[in-house]
Design a protein around this ligand. Structure first.
Ligand SMILES: NC(=O)c1ccc[n+]([C@@H]2O[C@H](COP(=O)([O-])OP(=O)(O)OC[C@H]3O[C@@H](n4cnc5c(N)ncnc54)[C@H](O)[C@@H]3O)[C@@H](O)[C@H]2O)c1
Ligand SMILES: O=C(O)C1=N[C@H](C(=O)O)CCC1
Length: 268
């Protein structure tokens, strides 16, 4: 049995993770965390969720949660995730990271935590479909070259706080790898006003926010006289929870390191 803790348990993904862990053979929910000061701190999880008490109290003490659990599953916010990774390194635990919106320094800190003893699985999207799509995007970008302009369009619900989405950046990284360039050098992340003509070789991003859209991504390769579009649409965020719990089961007996969903799915 793999013991798991969920961070950000009251959030959209936190609630999905509780249901998924409860439904997964071989996984058990051992601790749940929320941010200090949150209404749910010290409440019974079952009661906070509107059901019967289940004898699991929502806390904000990371070390206590990691004493109880082998793997922390974390869909929260960048600063919290960096601190969780450092705690996972100190205590030699697994850490599945679904959080997006990181600054470059955050990724360096997460790399350092993996080097210092945490078994980290991080992916901007935990679904099988998006990870397969990233593989296809890399191959198409490699085959087509710069005669085709790459544009990535994503759409998410009105509450999402980061843009471009973690998935869009993952797909951009895949396209850049296919072209043999660094995404940082070619990304065009926002156009407004007199932008001038498109920069040759740019990988463009556009973000739509509205309603309850779970997550939609399209990678467009626009050439002369033809356009290829590769897309993915998530219709249920339970999809991401399934991938995250699969990653947590996988991480439980892996050595420390920084892995991604391609490793979990056996696609690397
Ligand atoms: N990788 C994926 O497949 C995937 C899928 C969905 C969402 N996400 C990402 O997951 C993150 C969360 O998404 P959401 O829609 O659930 O957001 P949300 O705002 O509904 O939930 C985030 C939760 O984290 C909690 N939190 C913040 N700081 C904390 C701390 N220090 N300790 C404990 N809890 C803390 C918040 O109180 C909140 O309950 C976002 O970055 C989102 O982009 C990733
Ligand atoms: O709802 C979100 O927030 C999502 N975030 C991830 C991203 O940034 O790509 C995955 C899709 C849903």
């Amino acid at each position: 049995m793999v013991t798991m803790a969920v961070a950000g348990v009251s959030g959209r993904m936190g609630r999905m993770l509780v249901d998924r862990i409860d439904a997964t053979e071989g996984a058990t929910l051992a601790a749940v965390l929320e941010r200090p000061g949150h209404d749910w701190i010290d409440a019974d999880l079952g009661t906070a969720l509107g059901g019967r008490p289940r004898g699991l109290v929502v806390g904000s003490d990371t070390d206590a949660a990691l004493d109880a659990a082998e793997v922390l599953v974390d869909f929260t916010a960048p600063a919290a995730t960096v601190a969780f990774a450092q705690a996972a390194a100190r205590l030699g635990r697994g850490h599945v990271i679904g959080t997006t919106g990181f600054a470059p320094g955050d990724i360096e800190a997460i790399d350092a935590a993996a080097a210092a003893g945490a078994t980290i699985v991080r992916a901007g999207n935990m679904s099988l479909g998006v990870n397969l799509l990233a593989r296809v995007v890399e191959q198409v970008a490699r085959a087509l070259g710069e005669g085709f302009d790459i544009e990535i369009v994503e759409a998410h619900h009105r509450h999402k706080v980061d843009a471009p989405s973690g998935t869009a950046l993952m797909l951009g990284e895949a396209a850049a790898r296919g072209r043999g360039v660094s995404l940082d050098a070619v990304a065009d992340r926002g156009r407004d006003g007199m932008t001038g003509a498109r920069r040759p070789g740019a990988i463009g991003f556009a973000a739509i926010r509205g309603g309850d859209i779970v997550g939609e991504h399209e990678v467009m390769f626009a050439g002369e006289g033809e356009t290829i579009a590769l897309s993915h649409r998530a219709t249920d965020r339970g999809l991401f929870a399934r991938g995250a719990v699969r990653a947590a089961l996988w991480a439980a007996d892996r050595p420390a390191g920084h892995y991604d969903m391609m490793d979990v799915l056996g696609l690397n």
